[in-house]
Design a protein around this ligand. Structure first.
Ligand SMILES: [Zn+2]
Length: 181
């Protein structure tokens, strides 16, 4: 199964979940992430491998990145809002790769004048393509079950190689030649 990653480093907090919010007078169609002590500038990581299909200014998001995930990478589309992109349109990114940082400007993050919001990441997950309406907007939380933290590797290190593999890769050159002292 393709690896999944949390979009922020270990130590992050979920600051809002998916669902109806009275203060928003609407449904929160994603999940918010931050960190104690402030989140402006924190690195943001791709939750799955995919292709950058949209990025830059987007209404309500400040700036966003939209990633399309092939079936082999887990499928669907993920959206990263209130960020400053570090990737380019059409670029392939791998699961767990740094793609952005959280925009420190609090006017870009979807707050309202009644309820300003601190800088944070807004993550959306869509069954197929991004859509502002419809039932294909998914709760990211169950989809992130078992996700790795950025920097972690998805499987244990490969078993020790045989001597012939070391020779092939040139490691044998590290052994001092005999009788050469
Ligand atoms: Zn949000």
């Amino acid at each position: 199964m393709a690896p999944k990653y949390w979009p922020l480093a270990r130590g992050h907090m979920v600051t809002d979940t998916f669902g109806w919010r009275a203060w928003r007078a609407g449904t929160h169609w994603g999940m918010d992430f931050g960190r104690e002590g402030g989140s402006g500038g924190l690195p943001v990581f791709a939750v799955q491998g995919g292709t950058v299909v949209n990025l830059g200014p987007a209404s309500g998001f400040g700036q966003w990145i939209v990633l399309d995930h092939p079936t082999d990478d887990g499928g669907g589309t993920t959206v990263y809002g209130h960020i400053i992109p570090e990737v380019r349109l059409g670029q392939r990114v791998e699961a767990g790769q740094r793609i952005a940082h959280i925009n420190p400007d609090p006017t870009t993050n979807g707050g309202t004048s009644q309820r300003p919001m601190a800088p944070h990441l807004h993550l959306e997950w869509h069954r197929a393509v991004w859509s502002p309406t419809g039932p294909d907007r998914l709760d990211p939380l169950p989809l992130l079950a078992g996700a790795l933290f950025p920097g972690e590797t998805p499987s244990p290190a490969p078993a020790a190689q045989g001597y012939s593999d070391y020779v092939r890769e040139g490691f044998a050159q590290l052994v001092p030649p005999k009788g050469n002292r």
